[in-house]
Design a protein around this ligand. Structure first.
Ligand SMILES: Cc1cc2nc3c(=O)[nH]c(=O)nc-3n(C[C@H](O)[C@H](O)[C@H](O)COP(=O)(O)OP(=O)(O)OC[C@H]3O[C@@H](n4cnc5c(N)ncnc54)[C@H](O)[C@@H]3O)c2cc1C
Length: 338
């Protein structure tokens, strides 16, 4: 496998920013990503939500931000490996590193860990029949809101995701029913108020406190059985069920790489160096005094991590930091450093 200057573990916003910064330093890069798509938490959890705090974008939809980051980040020819989980980082006697996945081994001169919160898997609903009808009306993510057009939809949950999808799909679905186990919502107060108003005006059906106990249907979902806290049980006709009841987040193999950690986050210094030589980290996966987990901070940390990685590969030389507004973009695709 061809060696790269920088191997970036994780293709979320931070990893994509790191790929761009690598190109600006004319360093070759490779991204290794567990998922089949780039974008990390934004793609997995809120692709259709508006983001208001990425500077320079007063409002940007998650998937638009990622599409811009992909266009910007991959323009210098970074190699991207999808569907592979980095299991180990090996060190050779000559100081070279090797990033090992379940599929291949990737030689590299430095590593930037941008693994965020690790793997993100939706919490599955334990109502009878849910596992059997998964993908046949029972879904745990909204890949495309239009898929719910004209459907009788039941959403389960009272957190931000459930409430946001009620607001986003109320005009799309033929009917929205929200089922929540408590009489209080856990999501943002303003959205909770909007959802309550929809219920008060009869625009959605709200069952709370109540739980979904079973789903019915043979080849496809046909109905959802709901039990209220007063013991009332009824089955309503439904074409789609969206349980939005949280996620399992798992740091995965990263926890066993000999990195100095604090509360499951990688400790870095102000150069984004970890305790392992040649291994840097940035984004949600890191911690230091004053760390905040935002897309914007991940971008800045990615820029610092790449500069540090370049200086690691060229000991004794300061990495040249050229403003893009002054020098433009590098004229050629990034090659591995000699
Ligand atoms: C619901 C929600 C809303 C949010 N809203 C905002 C907001 O409005 N504004 C804002 O600034 N921030 C927001 N955030 C936070 C923001 O999403 C994160 O700060 C950002 O995604 C961090 O980017 P990252 O690239 O560091 O990590 P991630 O986005 O977590 O990406 C890490 C990537 O690494 C991959 N990975 C992990 N381990 C491995 C491995 N061993 N091998 C290969 N790949 C691996 C993962 O699959 C993932 O794709 C929100 C977060 C959530 C959950």
């Amino acid at each position: 496998m061809e060696s790269r200057d920088i191997t970036i573990i994780g293709g979320g916003p931070t990893g994509l920013a790191a790929a761009f910064r690598a190109g600006m330093h004319e360093a070759s890069a490779r991204i290794i990503e567990i998922a089949s798509q780039l974008g990390g938490q934004v793609t997995a959890l809120y692709p259709h939500k508006s983001i208001y705090d990425v500077f320079g974008f007063p409002e940007v939809m998650g998937k638009s931000l990622i599409s811009n980051l992909v266009q910007q980040g991959l323009q210098f020819g970074a190699d991207v490996r999808y569907g592979e989980t980095v299991q180990r980082i090996l060190r050779h006697d000559d100081g070279g590193l090797e990033v090992v996945t379940e599929c291949a081994s990737y030689p590299t001169r430095s590593v930037i860990i941008a693994g965020g919160i690790g793997t993100i898997t939706p919490r599955k609903h334990d109502a009878e029949g849910c596992d059997r009808l998964e993908g046949k009306g029972v879904n745990y993510a909204v890949s495309h809101p239009e898929a719910f057009r004209g459907k009788r939809l039941v959403i389960v949950g009272g957190g931000d995701s459930a409430l946001d999808w009620v607001m986003n799909l109320v005009e799309v679905a033929a009917r929205v029913t929200l089922v929540h186990r408590s009489d209080e919502f856990e999501g943002h107060a303003y959205t909770a108020h909007q959802v309550q108003q929809l219920a008060d005006h009869g625009r959605i059906h709200l069952y709370n406190p109540a739980v979904v106990t079973a789903v019915v249907g043979n080849e496809h979902l046909e109905g959802v059985t709901i039990r209220t806290d007063r013991g009332l049980v009824r089955t309503i006709e439904a074409d789609a069920l969206l349980p939005m009841i949280g996620f399992h987040m798992n740091l995965g193999p990263m926890a066993d790489w000999g990195l100095q950690m604090d509360q499951k986050k990688i400790l870095v210094n102000s150069r984004m160096e970890t305790n392992l030589p040649g291994v840097f980290a940035a984004g949600d996966v890191v911690t230091y005094s004053g760390k905040i987990k935002l897309i914007a901070t991940g971008f800045a940390e990615a820029a610092i991590a790449v500069k540090s990685a370049v200086e690691h590969m060229r000991p004794g030389q300061k990495a040249r930091l050229q403003y893009s507004s002054v020098g433009g973009l590098p004229k050629r695709r990034s090659q591995a450093f000699a």
